[in-house]
Design a binder for this molecule. Structure first.
Ligand code: ASN
Length: 303
């Protein structure tokens, strides 16, 4: 009965205590910085197109096609543009029906801490996240002493500023699996910048094909922690980038309507995977070890 055995595994209490303290620390930090928390969007006519293909997760309501949220990237850009506030965040459930990923770091259903900072540059967002990570790690270390001892997972405070790498340099050094390779080599969190991906990440106007975006990585082989970017928000630029990616403007009609009415503005943001954060803090070999109801790509779902 392997399914039942999963629920009886030891250490869930320590893992969830660490998760609880990490989330409290994140809320504290964002509250101290004047951020507002919004509630998640679960279904909408639009969602993040992602930069890799997954099975569609759609439902229909009154003849309208609605998609389950893959990430709130578009909604949080719309929200920060609509609200007169410096920053927003959401603890947001995402569904991504992965096709053929072989990975210890992916779940079909997970939560991310989505953050968006009004008028920020990529660099400003990255520094802000470094502070948030250091605050969270230190609080968890102070408040979870017993759990850390029991799990034998000492928590080091990361050194800032985190090292910066360009995806172009790493690709030529390590090949396409560069993220995983370099994560194994490093011993502190680090950034990889400048990926060619979703249309909403801001392109460098003076260096076509280069982007003001970033992924945050954990060291010791734990892989990707966050992905995000500064945003493009001008209607003509967005339409051109959709065309370049062979994506249909109709699939993003309400978003384009807002862009056309000049209701999108400059911002930068990102999504930090909660399960990945807890996995790194508790040093579990597989991400499924930190959830009671895991949905692992390629495996039948029990609960
Ligand atoms: N790319 C999204 C963002 O920029 C996050 C994600 O998970 N796709 O916030």
């Amino acid at each position: 009965m392997p399914n039942a055995i999963h629920l009886q595994k030891e250490n869930f209490i320590e893992i969830f205590k660490i998760q609880t303290e990490a989330l409290i620390a994140i809320h504290e930090f964002l509250y101290q910085h004047g951020f507002l928390q919004l509630m998640p969007v679960i279904v909408s006519p639009i969602t993040d197109p992602l930069c890799h293909s997954v099975y569609e997760a759609n439902i229909e309501y009154l003849n309208q096609k609605l998609q389950l949220t893959k990430s709130m990237a578009l909604h949080k850009q719309i929200a920060i543009s609509a609200l007169d506030t410096k920053g927003i965040y959401i603890v947001s459930p995402n569904v991504r029906l992965e096709k053929d990923i072989q990975s210890d770091n992916h779940l079909l259903e997970f939560s991310q801490l989505d953050i968006e900072l009004k008028g920020a540059s990529a660099r400003e967002f990255m520094s802000f996240m470094e502070e948030l990570i250091v605050y969270t790690f230190s609080r968890v270390r102070d408040r979870c002493k017993e759990e850390i001892t029991l799990l034998r997972v000492p928590i080091k405070t990361p050194k800032t500023p985190f090292q910066l790498y360009s995806s172009w340099d790493l690709r030529s050094e390590f090949g396409t699996e560069f993220g995983f390779q370099i994560s194994q080599r490093e011993d502190n969190l680090f950034w990889i910048t400048d990926f060619e991906r979703e249309f909403y990440d801001k392109e460098n106007e003076s260096r076509k094909g280069h982007y003001f975006n970033y992924d945050l990585y954990y060291p010791e082989g734990y892989g990707e922690a966050l992905s995000g970017g500064e945003r493009d928000y001008k209607y003509d630029v967005i339409v051109r980038k959709l065309e370049e990616r062979n994506q249909s403007p109709e699939d993003f009609a309400p978003y384009l309507e807002l862009a056309k009415a000049d209701l999108l503005g400059p911002s930068a943001g990102g999504g930090l995977g909660i399960e990945r954060l807890v996995r790194f803090l508790t040093k579990r070999p597989h991400i499924k070890e930190i959830t009671l109801f895991p949905k692992v790509p390629g495996e039948k779902i029990f609960l």
